[in-house]
Design a protein around this ligand. Structure first.
Ligand code: UT7
Length: 388
């Protein structure tokens, strides 16, 4: 029997996974190119010309990966009538999780009050958001769940080597999220292409204590530990090589052509990569979404941030085909074709009741957490007394 790719089989499902909410959260503090040039040997001109970046956001102590992701998820839910208790699955795509475990997704699931949801983190670097949307969409299309929240959230500034001008000028912090919901109406996520080449694992990485590279040298005090490194020009070449084929394949699986696509939303890594991709696909550069001049490269958060900006700029309307394309560490890359099925923000009728119930729910979770902490504190003191 001829081997059919999973995607072609799954397209026969009569349940579709639609994006019904989207939201983002950025740290307050912006860091300009000039401010970076004051601390390392670089310049505003070089950064703008070689990357297209003007500034990026940098998280403060309180703006953690989970906090940014939580706010993005709340903002996405706020556009819908969905209550956190209705959510079945929370997936967080990140390379800068709060912990190895528990997952950042579990923290967010708890803070949302999504009591019936499963939660896990997904590690596919800058392709992570597209991978995660695919996981959620397949779970919806199989009928095993109905509603999922997918979040891309990063605090890249905490893992950068601020002496390395090849990386620290590029990255920024932020979070974006989407809510996916099952519907019989045709559309939503139509196809996806997920790929990996671990042969390029050493081109771009954040080694932690368990990495062979770190264990083979002295781990304590190793300057590479938990810091990101990248062979920029090789990653650049890889990105420009894979984007075109991957986007074409996602279109083919969705049964559309590149001419049908209104907007391509690529991972925001470098303006020159976006232009090269436009040339390789023979598409006008204006049909590629770009907002990296404001936020830099936010890894797994960059695609949902660009998606949110595109919707708010009215560059996507109901019925439009869009393609998401991510690439990065792993190496990994991923494309996804989507038929946008929703009206613009503000045209969705969000009920007051849902809004209030969500607000009360968030408030209750906050107080429950405080109460639990106090209770543990009091109980621990009690144990000490028993030991003495
Ligand atoms: O998100 C995951 C995916 N990541 C990416 O897709 C990133 C892909 N890579 C890139 O975007 C680019 O490779 C960089 C922006 C990182 C670097 O740009 P490049 O044009 O590839 O520069 P390069 O590494 O080839 O270096 C060219 C020159 C070198 O100087 P010499 O050796 O020619 O004298 C570098 O030392 O530019 C120098 N350079 C800088 N100069 C001023 C590198 N970084 C800087 C800097 N400021 N920040």
């Amino acid at each position: 029997m001829a081997r059919r790719k999973g995607n072609e089989i799954r397209q026969q499902s009569s349940i579709y996974a639609h994006i019904v909410g989207w939201g983002m959260q950025l740290p307050k503090k912006a860091l300009t190119n000039e401010a970076i040039a004051a601390i390392i040997d670089t310049s505003d001109e070089w950064i703008k010309a070689r990357t297209g970046i003007n500034e990026r956001r940098i998280a403060d102590e309180q703006e953690t990966t989970a906090w940014l992701g939580l706010q993005a998820a709340k903002n996405a839910l706020a556009l819908t009538n969905i209550l956190p208790g209705d959510v079945d699955l929370v997936i967080v795509a990140t390379s800068t999780p709060e912990n190895i475990f528990p997952s950042t997704a579990s923290l967010i699931q708890h803070w949302l009050g999504a009591k019936s949801a499963g939660a896990f983190d997904l590690s596919a670097a800058c392709s992570g958001f597209v991978y995660a949307v695919d996981m959620a969409a397949q779970a919806i299309r199989s009928g095993s769940i109905e509603i999922a929240i997918v979040i891309g959230t990063e605090t890249m500034s905490r893992v950068l080597d601020w002496q390395d001008r090849g990386t620290c000028i590029l990255f920024g912090d932020g979070a974006g999220a989407v809510v996916l919901q099952a519907a019989r109406e045709e559309g939503g996520v139509l196809s996806s292409v997920l790929r990996s080449d671990g042969g390029g694992a050493d081109l771009l990485a954040i080694p932690t204590l368990n990495s062979t590279e770190i264990r083979s040298t002295e781990s304590i005090g190793n300057p590479k530990l938990h810091k990101m490194y990248m062979h920029g020009s090789e990653v650049f070449r890889f990105a420009t090589r894979v984007i075109g084929d991957s986007v074409r394949e996602a279109c083919r699986l969705a049964g559309i052509t590149i001419d049908d696509v209104k907007l391509i939303i690529p991972h925001q890594a470098n303006e020159r990569i976006i232009q090269a991709a436009a040339r390789s696909l023979d598409v006008e550069p204006e049909r590629f979404m770009s907002n990296l001049s404001n936020y830099g490269n936010t890894s797994a958060a960059s695609i949902p941030l660009a998606l949110c900006d595109a919707v708010h700029e009215k560059r996507i309307n109901a019925g439009d085909y869009i393609v998401l394309v991510g690439f990065g560490g792993g190496l990994t890359w991923a494309s996804m074709a989507i038929r946008w099925s929703l009206p613009q923000p503000g045209e969705v009728q969000v009920s007051r009741m849902a809004e209030n119930r969500r607000r009360i729910g968030y408030w209750l979770v906050k107080w429950r957490v405080r109460f639990r902490r106090l209770w543990r504190f009091l109980t621990w003191r009690g144990d000490d007394d028993l030991d003495s």
